[in-house]
Write a protein that binds this ligand. Structure first.
Ligand SMILES: [Zn+2]
Length: 484
């Protein structure tokens, strides 16, 4: 019942969104005669797309353990009904990913192919904090609720709809379009993208990719800017270890490892690496200065001025932790561990620091700086395995970036396109290591209050925004892949 009601609601919302004339038949945009065949097919698929997102949300893919295989098979079934062959690859018990391809009529050229990707896994939930079943795909007041509603199943359902619409339209493609729904993104990708790129590259070899990681920022019902992720910081975890003699708690000593660790963590956590701008962050601050408040915009423009740069960086860093992190290598102490008894001075104390390097910055340089700062023979650093690598940024002058910019302005008049370096990691970096021009989108317009629910409680997407995002994504993909 809920599902049927949801479908009807979705159809109504979409009709309201796309029909400028009340007399238009349901699901047919007013300008249907001018719409391309794939845009027409996509408009017809909007109701199904919501249903597919609901279906994906009902499959609990909390990682760990993941259970992405069930979601991959769910998508494969949908594709099979459309006459599209999909490969589902198993990656251990209950885990797997899906690849499907629409081939260009010309001779395949992997360097031109477009990869449409999303991840099937989600982060866990604290059920006691949710007002609805996180895996129930509940629709309430125009919102579809569920873990993964934003991150990243909406993208998966949107990719699927765009892909199916292209197939149904029968249009000639000038490049291959590859659909990838992958696994283990939320746990670092060691059981996902790293292996997929390494062992299954021939299945996904491409020159361009659209992934998650961006933002369509909505304010007062209007899309203020479209953030396109073209780069990301590199995440590395380092264990800080203090050692010293164990002893009795009744006879304190200055070489107590707990003391030494605390002092070291204090210095490390308060260290501020120098400000560094790169091509993406420079373009980001230049663009976003135009949509921020006057005072903020003023300091953003002054970031590289000869006399006010230092004050500008201070102002921007103090205004937003994210902006602070975009300006420099950052370090956050995240874990502490010491002691076995309340009256025993332990011989070892450990802390974990999460380092986020600007792309291209070597870890060794920062570590030796920290060593110097701590200046304590009782302290040593151990780099944890599984850290990211310094992938290059994607180009801001590629044809795909140009298409995203053009279509953003067409679909959201008055909006600004803002290139973006995310402080968090996505699965785009293993692709960028292979010179793929990968861009992170979040094509669905979201208010800050909804965007903030990603990984939080009551994650939800406005159904209307989902439809708008599906259309936007479809427009970008059509522009980029369809032969004219
Ligand atoms: Zn995600």
């Amino acid at each position: 019942m809920v599902r049927a009601v949801a479908r009807v609601f979705a159809l109504l919302t979409f009709t309201a969104l796309t029909s400028s004339a009340q007399t238009s038949p349901p699901l047919a945009p007013a300008a249907a005669s001018l719409a391309s065949p794939q845009a027409t097919e996509l408009a017809k698929l909007q109701g199904d797309a919501v249903g597919w997102l609901e279906g994906l949300l009902r499959i609990n893919t909390t990682n760990p353990p993941g259970n992405e295989l069930a979601a991959a098979k769910y998508m494969a079934e949908i594709l099979q009904k459309e006459g599209i062959h999909a490969d589902v690859f198993e990656m251990g018990v209950g885990r797997g990913f899906l690849v499907a391809r629409l081939s260009a009529t010309a001779v395949p050229d992997p360097s031109r192919a477009l990869l449409l990707m999303s991840h099937l896994d989600v982060v866990g939930v604290d059920r006691s904090k949710w007002t609805v079943d996180p895996f129930g795909a509940v629709i309430k007041d125009g919102y579809l609720y569920g873990r993964g509603a934003i991150d990243d199943k909406a993208m998966g359902a949107a990719n699927l709809a765009v892909f199916v619409a292209l197939k149904r339209s029968g249009t000639r493609l000038k490049r291959d379009v590859i659909l990838l729904a992958e696994c283990d993104e939320e746990d670092g990708g060691t059981q996902g993208m790293r292996i997929i790129v390494e062992k299954y590259w021939d299945k996904i070899a491409s020159g361009f990719a659209i992934n998650e990681g961006g933002h369509a920022a909505m304010k007062n019902g209007k899309v203020q800017y479209i953030g396109v992720q073209a780069s990301e910081k590199v995440s590395v975890a380092v264990t800080v270890i203090a050692t010293g003699p164990a002893g009795h708690g009744s006879m304190p000593r200055k070489d107590n490892p707990v003391l030494h660790l605390a002092a070291a963590i204090d210095k490390i956590g308060n260290y501020e690496a120098p400000v560094q701008l790169n091509s993406v962050t420079r373009a980001y601050f230049e663009s976003i200065a135009n949509v921020e408040e006057e005072e903020t915009g003023k300091w953003m423009r002054a970031l590289e001025s000869s006399d006010r740069a230092e004050h500008a960086a201070r102002w921007i860093s103090n205004t937003s932790p994210m902006w602070n992190s975009m300006l420099r290598d950052s370090i956050a102490p995240t874990m502490l561990q010491a002691g076995i008894r309340r009256n025993v001075v332990p011989s070892e104390a450990r802390g974990v620091i999460n380092i986020r390097l600007l792309p291209g910055n070597p870890l060794e340089a920062l570590l030796s700086k920290l060593q110097q700062l701590v200046n304590d023979p009782q302290i040593r650093f151990e780099v944890q395995p599984g850290g990211g690598e310094a992938a290059p940024s994607s180009s801001l002058s590629s044809d795909l970036y140009a298409a995203i910019t053009r279509l953003a302005k067409q679909d959201f008049p008055g909006t600004t396109v803002v290139p973006f370096m995310s402080t968090g990691a996505t699965d785009s970096w293993p692709l960028r290591m292979r010179n793929v021009q990968a861009y992170g989108l979040m094509p669905f317009p979201l208010a800050d209050s909804d965007f903030a629910r990603m990984h939080g409680d009551d994650e939800r997407i406005p159904v209307e925004s989902f439809h708008k995002g599906v259309q936007f994504l479809g427009d970008i993909v059509s522009d980029f892949v369809v032969s004219k």
